[in-house]
Ligand binder design. Sequence first.
Ligand SMILES: Cc1cc2nc3c(=O)[nH]c(=O)nc-3n(C[C@H](O)[C@H](O)[C@H](O)COP(=O)(O)OP(=O)(O)OC[C@H]3O[C@@H](n4cnc5c(N)ncnc54)[C@H](O)[C@@H]3O)c2cc1C
Length: 342
Amino acid sequence: MSKISNLKSLKNYNTFGVDVLAKYFAEVFSVEELIEILKNHQPTTDNRQPLILGGGSNILFTKDFDGLVIQLNLKGISEEIINENEVLVTAKAGENWHELVQYCLAKNYGGLENLSLIPGNVGTSPMQNIGAYGVEIKDSFVSCKVLNLKTLEVETFAKEKCDFGYRDSIFKKEGKGKYVILEVTFKLTTKNHLIKTEYGAIKVELEQMGIENPTIQDVSKAVIAIRESKLPNPKIIGNAGSFFKNPTISKDNYLELKEKFETIPGFPNENGIKVPAGWLIEQCGWKGKQIGNVASHKDQSLVIINATGKATGKEIFNFSQMIIDSVLEKFGILLEREVNII
Ligand SMILES: Cc1cc2nc3c(=O)[nH]c(=O)nc-3n(C[C@H](O)[C@H](O)[C@H](O)COP(=O)(O)OP(=O)(O)OC[C@H]3O[C@@H](n4cnc5c(N)ncnc54)[C@H](O)[C@@H]3O)c2cc1C
C-alpha cells in the first residue's frame, strides 16, 4: 500500500510554486491502491474529502491543506482501431497531457494537435474541458472512467453525461469533489485529418515556417512556437496560465459598452458575446503591474504570476480579487476565476 507522509510541502506540486503543507500526502500508482487508501484513510474532523492532484497547473492553494492530498500516478496508453479512418486512444489519468498529444502525433493520429503544450495531466483534461486555438477536448472526447468517492465503484461517463461547456464540465459543478477521473478515451482520425488553422496566430506562424499545406504535426509545431513565445514557462516563473475565464455578456450589454468603449472586442457565441478578459484587465491598468510578490504578466494580463517566487496563495488570491473589483467597477462585468481555489 502507498505510504502516507505527514505535513508534506506542496511547493513542487503546484505551478504557482506556492509553499503550503498537506496534512497527509500519498502518491498512488493503481486504482486498487487508490481504493485501499480511500477505505483506510480517516477523513479530518470537518469531513474534508481528499484532494486529487494532477500536474498542479490549475490550482491555487490559499492555505495549508488540512486533509489528504493524493497524487494520481496511473500510467498507460492503449488504442483500438475502430474503422479505416478512426482510432480510440485511452490514456490513464497520470499521463502527461502534452506527452499524450506527442504520442498521438508520432502515430499520425489527428484531433489533439491544437492542444499541444497545455500543462497538466490527462485525468484533469475533462475537468475544465481544456481548450486552445479553436479546439476543446470535447471535440474528440468519447468517455472517461471515474471512481465514485462515495461508493468506491468505477463508473463510465459518456460525453453527454460530462456536460461540457467553455472551461467547464460536470466535474466542476454538481460532480465537484465526488469523482476521481481514472482514464479518458478519445476518438482520433488516422487519415483525412481535419486541419484547424483558423484560430489565433496559427496561419501566420505556418506562413513564417514556410508551410502551405500543413500536416497535423505542422499545426502542433506552430502551436508550440506560439505558446512558447507568448506564455510564461511555469518552470521559470510561477503561474497557472489564464487566471480568469473570458466572460460572455448579452448582446444588449455589449452594445451599451461599445458606445462607451469603442474598441471593446467581442466574439458572438451561442449565449451572447464573448469579451476577452485580458482586454478588460488591461484597460483597468493591470498589465505588468506588480503588488508585493504578485504581478499581472507584462505580455499577458490574463496570467497572474508569482513574480518574486515568494508569493503566498493568499496574496495571489487577493491580487485576483483586486482585478475582479476594478473590472466590475469600470465595465460592470464580473470576472470568474478559471483556476481552482483551494
Ligand atoms: C502556462 C499554462 C498554460 C495553460 N494553458 C491552458 C490552455 O491553453 N487551455 C486550458 O484549458 N488550460 C490551460 N492551462 C491550465 C491547465 O494546464 C489545465 O487546466 C490542466 O488541465 C490542469 O491539469 P493539472 O493536471 O495540472 O490539474 P491540477 O492543477 O492538478 O488540478 C486541477 C483541478 O482538478 C482536480 N483534479 C486533478 N486531477 C483530477 C482527477 N484525476 N480526477 C478528479 N479531479 C482531479 C484537482 O483537485 C483540482 O481541483 C494552462 C496552465 C498553465 C500553467
